[in-house]
Design a protein. Structure first.
Length: 287
């Protein structure tokens, strides 16, 4: 086995951990995989013989890559999904996004999206992966004390902005009905009234391959995406939680899982992968 193959095997031993770190920081499986790949490229260009702790070195690099992605993401204007995305889609998709999302929780990802890039990195590395602040500090370009403050501030925001767990079921239904009515009628202002300013819309690989984007952020962009759409959507209980479902000729084709925060819709997860849909318990509700 040559040196490059040996290094590749060592990297593969850490790949799962790196993907987990990247996903929790970025909240996107595709971006997380890109960050892991960039980490490998940087390792391949480095003299590995000079690395004492490969796991720590790789974690530091992937965290820095993710921080750069967050900063670029924050500075660019998010565009809405293309008009070509249908309400229905059926095409085989990987389960990677689903597995990662289930391991973190969509609700927590919604809250993490509200953090500033350095806060999110510090919080994830310390609170989720137990990295000491002495190691986090150079990643975020702060002193250990300042890194501790970043994580502490992020922790307070996470605890204070947890998605609504006690929101009245009737109130949730009102929000969903208002969202549907505004979407179908093309009422942009009506959509904005029920969407959290930092709402995040995520679509699985099936919907993405039909012409959309895997992720859209912000009420304006998400409202533009749903304006004049959702004509066939109906309220439904999805694994016991209120959401939306679309079925044609009795066959379930797509569901929208919703996360609520502050009395508004803060997260929308569009699932169209037939294999995932089979695993969901979906109960249509009266219109």
């Amino acid at each position: 086995m040559d040196e490059k193959d040996f290094l590749a095997r060592q990297f593969d031993n850490h790949r799962g951990h790196l993907r987990a770190v990247a996903y929790r920081v970025l909240g996107s499986a595709a971006e997380a995989e890109d960050a892991v790949q960039e980490t490998w490229l940087r390792l391949a260009r480095t003299d590995a013989a000079g690395i004492d702790n490969l796991g720590g070195w790789l974690t530091t690099v992937v965290a820095r890559v993710c921080l750069d992605v967050l900063r670029v993401r924050k500075s660019r204007r998010e565009e809405p999904m293309g008009a070509g995305i249908p309400e229905l889609a059926s095409e085989e998709a990987t389960d990677q996004e689903a597995i990662l999302a289930d391991s973190v929780g969509i609700a927590l990802l919604v809250v993490l999206n509200k953090l500033k890039p350095a806060e999110r990195v510090a919080f994830v590395l310390h609170d989720m992966f137990d990295l000491p602040f002495e190691e986090i500090a150079p990643i975020v370009g702060r002193s250990p004390a300042a890194a501790r403050q970043l994580a502490s501030r992020a922790r307070r925001r996470v605890q204070g902005a947890r998605p609504d767990s006690e929101l009245d079921a009737a109130r949730r239904r009102e929000i969903v009905d208002a969202f549907l009515a505004a979407s179908k009628s093309g009422d942009l202002k009506g959509l904005l009234r029920v969407l959290d300013p930092d709402v995040v819309l995520r679509a699985d690989a099936v919907a993405v391959r039909m012409g959309g984007q895997p992720e859209i952020r912000g009420a304006d962009a998400v409202a533009a995406t749903f304006k004049g759409r959702a004509q066939a959507a109906k309220p439904a209980l999805i694994d016991g939680a209120l959401g939306l479902a679309v079925a044609f000729h009795g066959q379930l084709r797509i569901v929208l899982r919703l996360t609520f925060a502050g009395g508004k819709i803060a997260g929308i997860e569009a699932l169209a992968d037939p294999e995932r849909l089979k695993q969901l318990a979906v109960t249509p509700l009266g219109a």
